[in-house]
Design a protein around this ligand. Structure first.
Ligand SMILES: [Zn+2]
Ligand SMILES: [Zn+2]
Length: 331
């Protein structure tokens, strides 16, 4: 046997990752199913854009966006059930309970904290100190162009934050728990250490908060594109979509067990940013996670940056500071 048996899976004879769009499986089934799973993503995106573009001011507000977000997730949950990408990613009770813990955390504690020291504070600081007349050139642009610029600029910041997390150890400590997930489903975007979620949420979005309509449109791009990063659904994503936008396929490679593959596809919405900086790899992966797919508990996810950071600190500086008693891993 030329492969290595890890658990029940053969690693080595089977490539752990798939590279190239031509090698990715297509949706199997009748014409109706093919139609739905080819056009679902663009249809929802354009419908939501049309909604935010034409909705009267009484409806176009943040609370409506939250309810659309919830409804969209329920719809995607149904799609995961009808047409899963991988059986091995199917939801178990254990996964669901873990996911819901982090989704709940995101909706409650994090948004409160961010209100004080994150986006909320940025909005206030900016609005109190900025010379708004300088932005007249921006507010004079067509609404959709404003939205595209906001979305792109925000994602540009996220791209570098995410790439930084993969290249600078202190930031990596906060991001590593997210890379211990072993399957993708629509709630996995919320799973991670709260410090990381806060850092990723720190955006320049706050700068544009004075333009509610354009910001809502930009938010819809994030929702109707970025959500597909973590989902267990097989789509026949249109070629133009996957050239411009991030997809499940791209993000599954980013989460794969192959180290080199994880150093690609950093963007959230606009994969074209990865294409610009040479970090885009088209392909997909089924085997995900770190340390051979070890599942991380909620407790460890919460504590990891601190416990792991302390461990590394002791390993590096232990000899000098603790009289040579600290453990240095035997290799
Ligand atoms: Zn990452
Ligand atoms: Zn992810």
């Amino acid at each position: 046997m030329d492969g290595v048996l890890v658990g029940k899976r053969l690693i080595g004879t089977q490539a752990p990752i798939t590279v190239g769009w031509e090698n990715i499986p297509r949706v199997q089934g009748g014409p109706v199913k093919l139609f739905v799973f080819t056009w679902f993503q663009p249809t929802i995106l354009f419908a939501l854009i049309a909604f935010w573009y034409y909705a009267p001011n009484s409806i176009a507000k943040a609370s409506t966006a939250i309810w659309i977000g919830v409804g969209f997730r329920v719809l995607l949950l149904a799609l995961e059930w009808v047409n899963p990408r991988y059986r091995s990613w199917q939801l178990t009770w254990k996964e669901l309970v873990t996911d819901l813990f982090f989704v709940g955390l995101g909706y409650t504690i994090l948004s409160t904290i961010e209100g004080y020291i994150g986006d909320g504070a940025v909005i206030e600081a900016v609005q109190n100190s900025f010379d708004w007349d300088k932005l007249a050139w921006f507010t004079g642009l067509p609404l959709l162009l404003q939205a595209l610029l906001i979305s792109f600029t925000f994602d540009f910041g996220q791209y570098w934050m995410h790439r930084g997390m993969h290249n600078w150890y202190p930031l990596w400590l906060t991001h590593a728990p997210h890379h211990f997930i072993t399957q993708l489903n629509i709630n996995k975007g919320a799973v991670g250490n709260p410090v990381e979620l806060f850092l990723i949420g720190l955006g320049i979005g706050g700068f544009f908060d004075f333009l509610p309509r354009a910001a809502l449109l930009a938010g819809t791009l994030g929702l109707a594109v970025g959500t597909y990063q973590h989902i267990n659904v097989r789509f026949n994503t249109p070629r133009w979509w996957r050239f411009v936008f991030n997809t499940t396929e791209h993000h599954s490679l980013h989460h794969s067990q192959d180290y080199e593959a994880t150093r690609s596809n950093y963007s959230g919405t606009w994969i074209i940013i990865d294409r610009m900086f040479g970090t885009c790899v088209d392909g997909e992966a089924e085997l995900l996670g770190m340390e051979g797919g070890r599942r991380m508990t909620i407790r460890e996810t919460m504590a990891y940056p601190f416990t792991e950071g302390w461990k590394t600190f002791k390993e590096r500086f232990g000899k000098d500071r603790f009289g040579g008693s600290a453990a240095v891993p035997a290799e």
